[in-house]
Design a binder for this molecule. Structure first.
Ligand code: FE2
Length: 496
């Protein structure tokens, strides 16, 4: 069985010229076979070094040269090569020995040409299955990479997966992923895996190599060979593939294969292209995500500024409340994502005050009952303002529930105990602490000891006792006094 249309390269080695001729003539009758023969085994080893070979037919004894050397050389240069040895002096030991070394078959001279052709056909069928198996393994590796990169939560782990997949396909070489921050800037390493023993290869991995600049336009690959002990050896292969996003190069995927017999094959370069496109997508997605995060932070800052511009009394209040709330949330072992949501929620908790008339919001005295009712609408007003903005949804519990009291006497819904989301219970405590210690138009802020007394007094009625205990603990540890936001005692006022 052979793949239709594929040309197979066969090498025949026998120190008897007439054997070379007969075998070559017999096999050349098949159109798919391209046969080269050598009666000098040393020329055959050089040929194996420099040319692609699918199948080798070699005599076992050629003067002082053993066919086992041809076998070794063939498998070193072409690991999936089929090698069939021929001999006129068969022994069981010889046969077992060469088969153990990786020969596919062992023919005893003289043999019928049909026997030879049949052995070659079986050899190619075996090779075809092995290659198909390898191809499927590579596809499986790519499939696993696609799945894993889809699940990767951060860019670094996604890139590591891609690099490991590339190294598994290209053998244990070294790999680097380089990125360009801007089109006119050089690509610099984002990730390097594996080591090389050569300074030039190291420079290539860092992007400091002629191939790298050229590879930003199209894929570049080269193999370097050297004369070692009178023989030409391939000592290293380099391949650099551009990372393309929206039609533009944004970096490079560089591979160094330092195995002297490793040759990067066209099929592997195709796989390299697929991996490079996955890496480019991951980098671009990360850039877009960061851009979105920056835009969202700017939006939040603008909204927070809008609140403070409207309400002179709350100047600095949101910052202080945010810092204090984070101090307590860390004691509650909240993770970084939750802490980031907490900052958003604390920053925006009074956003609804934008809808409260100036005359009430900035009244320099006590509010009337009616004015209080208006003021008490600010949590729900805030909820309405941010309704439908998905990325601000985590701020909602802070906005809606920061005036709910533990015993149900708060507003807007009169929720009781743990009915109130923890975000609201936490903000209620720190909001009150800051309100007590802050100046109002009609009174100076109270000393912090007074705020602690107040929180202790209403612990379990107005306030969640667990949160109060944590705040009191951090106060006793001196952690609140250490905060720069409470070191500044210049006049300020707060309406909560
Ligand atoms: Fe409020």
């Amino acid at each position: 069985m052979t793949n239709k249309g594929q040309i197979y390269c066969l090498l025949v080695v026998d120190d008897e010229d007439y054997i070379c001729s007969i075998v070559t003539e017999a096999l050349s009758a098949t159109e798919e076979y391209q046969v080269v023969s050598f009666s000098d085994p040393r020329k055959a080893t050089d040929y194996l070094e420099k040319n692609h070979v699918d199948l080798v037919l070699s005599d076992l004894v050629m003067g002082d040269f053993s066919g086992v050397e041809i076998l070794d050389q063939a498998l070193r240069c072409h690991p999936d090569c089929i090698v069939i040895l021929m001999t006129a002096y068969p022994t069981v030991n010889n046969a077992i020995s060469v088969l153990r070394k990786g020969a596919y078959d062992y023919l005893v001279k003289p043999f019928k040409l049909e026997t030879l052709k049949s052995a070659v056909r079986r050899g190619f069928a075996h090779q075809s299955l092995a290659r198909e198996n390898l191809h499927l393994k590579e596809q499986l590796a790519l499939y696993k990479l696609s799945e894993a990169m889809g699940e990767a939560t951060d860019l670094e782990s996604g890139l590591k997966l891609a690099a490991e997949t590339a190294r598994s396909i290209f053998g244990s070489g070294a790999i680097s992923i380089l990125v360009q921050e801007k089109p006119d800037q050089p690509a610099t390493p984002l990730l390097v895996q594996g080591k090389t023993t050569d300074e030039e290869a190291e420079a290539f991995l860092r992007g400091d190599h002629d191939l790298c600049a050229a590879a930003l336009d199209k894929m570049e690959a080269e193999s370097e060979s050297r004369e070692i002990k009178g023989r030409t050896k391939r000592i290293r292969s380099l391949a650099a593939h551009p990372l393309i996003s929206r039609g533009q190069a944004i970096g490079l995927l560089n591979i160094v294969a330092e195995d002297p017999f490793m040759q990067i094959k066209p099929g592997q370069l195709h796989l390299l292209s697929i991996i490079a496109s996955k890496i480019a997508s991951a980098i671009e997605n990360n850039r877009l995500y960061n851009y979105l995060q920056e835009s969202y932070l700017k939006a939040i800052t603008a909204l927070a500024n809008a609140i403070e511009a409207r309400d002179g009394y709350t100047r600095g209040h949101t910052d202080r409340v945010t810092v204090l709330a984070e101090l307590i949330a860390r004691r509650l072992n909240w993770d970084e994502r939750r802490l980031s949501e907490l900052k958003m929620g604390c920053t925006l908790h009074d956003i609804g005050k934008i809808g409260i008339p100036d005359a009430i919001l900035n009244k320099p005295g006590q509010l009337t009952p009616e004015e209080w009712r208006c003021m008490e609408a600010h949590p729900q007003l805030g909820g309405k303002i941010l309704e439908g903005i998905d990325f601000l949804t985590p701020a909602m519990p802070y906005i809606l529930y920061h005036h709910e009291k533990y015993d149900g006497s708060g507003y807007p819904n009169g929720l009781v105990g743990t009915e109130i989301p923890i975000e609201g219970r936490l903000l209620m405590v720190v909001d009150t602490y800051d309100a007590i210690v802050s100046d109002r138009p009609y009174r100076k802020g109270a000393p912090p000891e007074r705020a602690i007394e107040e929180l202790e007094l209403y612990k379990g009625s107005q306030f969640d006792p667990v949160i109060v205990d944590i705040l009191v603990a951090v106060w006793n540890e001196g952690r609140i006094k250490e905060l720069a936001i409470y070191a500044d005692r210049s006049p300020r006022a707060v309406n909560v």
